[in-house]
Ligand binder design. Structure first.
Ligand SMILES: [Zn+2]
Length: 127
């Protein structure tokens, strides 16, 4: 058998009418890995590279999904914080209490929500 006609070492499964049986791949081998020859499609190194690429793509998608989840949670939190801020200011105005002492608290709270949305570490709150 010549170099070119060397068949692929891989076995394939389930062609029509032959379900559940395996038979050798009929493609011509183009690469040699660990003393076995494989066609392009069954090249274990190529399959490994594809797997790495798939994994990286999956991780990037997860990362992106986490980021949008973080932002959605932050938006909800932001709305809540702004509502509380306005209620706090209304109450203080009604009581003619000074607003200034609460400003830093609200500012820090909103800043921390923003940091969470961006995945940055928070600063210690000034509760
Ligand atoms: Zn093959």
């Amino acid at each position: 058998m010549s170099e070119h006609e060397h068949p692929c070492s891989e076995k394939v499964y389930g062609s029509s009418g032959n379900w559940g049986h395996s038979y050798p791949c009929t493609r011509t081998a183009t690469v040699e890995r660990n003393k076995k020859r494989y066609c392009w499609q069954h090249d274990p190194e190529r399959i490994g590279r594809e797997e790495v690429k798939r994994q990286e793509k999956y991780e990037a998608e997860c990362e992106q999904e986490g980021a949008s989840r973080r932002r959605a949670a932050a938006i909800a939190e932001y709305h809540e914080a702004v509502g509380e801020l306005l209620a706090d200011l209304d109450a203080r105005v009604a009581m003619k209490a000074p607003l200034a002492p609460r400003m830093a608290h609200h500012r820090d709270r909103l800043a921390n929500i923003h940091k969470r949305a961006e995945g940055e570490p928070e600063e210690g709150g000034t509760e």
